[in-house]
Design a binder for this molecule. Structure first.
Ligand code: SAH
Ligand code: F3S
Length: 484
């Protein structure tokens, strides 16, 4: 039987798409290869959110092309956002590629591969499923399913932030019927999943296309948000979370990714307060601490609005941890603008920060603003930002030493012991005599590292020592894997 290797670049949405591609390939009798170098088929699931990610793809295709000269039967598929963005053009510049597949065409993979195996020419399939959006459903196998899972509830983005290519590569917003979402989650929980992360590009703009949810009615005014903008927001995301949390007693944790600050409504804050499984952590991208820059980014909120909403959320959920995304060196960002970003970070004290140097992207409105901040300056700003966020994270992790935390065990650590996360998203390493994967255990924190904690199980009968608590820390969210 033919073998495949799948390499994923980029975000959670890509990881989710890769999981679905694996299922589609295995249903079509492809077997996972032991290494990309021995596979009959290599799928590169690409990211185009920054230029660096695209360069990476080109060098991987170059490497695979050399392999293909030795093994002409090797099929190379480029999927994901670069595929969607470049379409036909990619075959012109990278002729080693056999198939260019958009994120909405995953289901067609087996038939497209069959045509190639029969000697057909290279193909491009990058059609958005605008008329009847499809959401591929996970096929969990009881006993072989990880305790955490992603579930997509919407795709595409209507926001049009001026720097961002996602609206072009993922298309306009399309929402998944709530009944379909509920059925997928029930299946996952039945197969042993304990934590679900609900996914979407602007996940909290969710609306049920079949109008089956009871929308929340909370309309308390925001001090900083104009009445008109408030009325515009008809999202039903809190109603969806409520439905998920209350109908799945086996689900111990619920997270979502990535929300847009302007859809962080009062009803969503109330859901955080009331729904026990909803984790006490939120990833809420802010991008900049300067109103002038936010306006040019077309983020459609101000710094004050962001802080007011985060403040309200923290008031409703004491101890909630926050992580965020920030872009440095956006066109026209002055030293004063950047200083405002550092001040904002100091005020909101995120425990996780994903910082990026602005990268001009094709077809985005920000292109006409130029890219005048020199690379050296962008790099310098990014390292100042990282120094601050590192300091904040270390202080936070150190403050937890001596406390007891509830850990949902995700599995064995990379070198020894086990690893899991707290509801506040801290990573915890510990030893155990039996495999506790999928359980929520109480751990006393004994040590804080750069990005994680180590501790001992509170139950002495189950605790085991680990010699070197520090395992390889998980890679950052937007890092890229490399073909060996
Ligand atoms: N809503 C999406 C955002 C996708 S892009 C989500 O699900 O996370 C992820 C992050 O990449 C953004 O929040 C932004 O901080 C960064 N980013 C996007 N476009 C960028 C660009 N052109 N240059 C630098 N960083 C960018
Ligand atoms: Fe991109 Fe802004 Fe949408 S960052 S994904 S255009 S919310």
């Amino acid at each position: 039987m033919p073998t495949y290797s799948l390499i994923t670049f980029g975000c959670q949405m890509n990881e989710h798409d890769s999981a679905r591609m694996r299922e589609v390939l295995e249903a079509a009798h492809y077997l996972p290869a032991s290494a990309p170098t021995t596979a009959d088929l290599v799928v590169l699931n690409t990211c185009s959110v920054r230029e660096k990610a695209e360069h990476k793809l080109r060098s991987e295709v170059g490497r695979l092309g050399r392999l293909k000269r030795r093994r002409p039967g090797l099929l190379i598929v480029v999927a994901g956002c670069v595929a969607q963005q470049e379409g036909e053009r990619i075959l012109g510049t990278l002729p080693q590629i056999d198939l260019v597949l958009g994120p909405d065409n995953i289901r067609e993979l087996p038939e497209l591969l069959a045509a190639l195996e029969a000697g057909g020419p290279p193909r491009v399939r990058t059609e958005f499923d605008l008329d009847s959006p499809q959401f591929l459903r996970a096929r969990p196998v009881p006993g072989q399913t990880a305790p955490t899972a992603y579930v997509t509830v919407m795709k595409g983005c209507d926001e049009r932030c001026s720097f961002c290519i996602v609206p072009r590569t993922r298309g306009p917003e399309r929402y998944r019927p709530s009944q379909e979402i509920m059925a997928e989650i029930a299946g996952l929980v039945g197969a042993g999943v304990r934590e679900v992360t609900v996914l979407g590009q602007t996940v909290n703009s969710y609306r049920d296309p079949e109008r089956l949810l009871q929308p929340a009615v909370s309309r308390r005014p925001w001090r900083h948000t104009p009445e008109a903008r408030l009325r515009e927001d008809e999202s039903e995301f809190s109603a969806l979370l409520r439905e998920i949390a209350t109908t799945n007693p086996g689900l111990v944790r619920l997270r979502y990714m990535s929300p847009h600050p302007r859809h962080l409504t009062w009803s969503l804050i109330e859901a955080h307060h009331e729904l026990k499984p909803l984790a006490r952590h939120l990833h809420l991208p802010v991008q900049s601490g300067s109103d002038r820059v936010l306006r040019r980014m077309v983020r459609r909120h101000t710094v004050a609005e962001y802080e007011e909403r985060v403040g309200a959320l923290r008031g409703a959920v004491p101890g909630l941890t926050l992580s965020t995304d920030i872009i440095v060196g956006f066109p026209g960002e002055t030293e004063e603008d950047f200083a405002e970003t550092l001040e904002l970070v100091n005020r909101i004290r995120p425990t996780g920060l994903f910082g990026f140097k602005y990268s001009p992207r094709p077809h985005t409105p920000a292109l006409r603003l130029g890219d005048e901040i020199p690379e050296t300056e962008k790099r310098a700003r990014l390292s100042r930002l990282f120094a601050l966020s590192e300091q904040l994270r270390q202080a936070h992790l150190a403050s937890l030493v001596g406390s007891t935390v509830g850990v949902l065990v995700e599995g064995p650590g990379e070198r020894e012991g086990y690893v899991g996360r707290t509801e506040r998203n801290e990573i915890v390493h510990f030893g155990a005599v039996d495999d506790p994967t999928g359980q929520v255990l109480q751990v006393r924190v004994t040590e804080a590292f750069k990005n994680s904690l180590a501790g001992v199980l509170l139950d002495p009968a189950r605790a085991a020592p680990i010699a070197r608590a520090r395992t390889t820390e998980p890679r950052a969210r937007h890092d890229l894997p490399v073909i060996p």
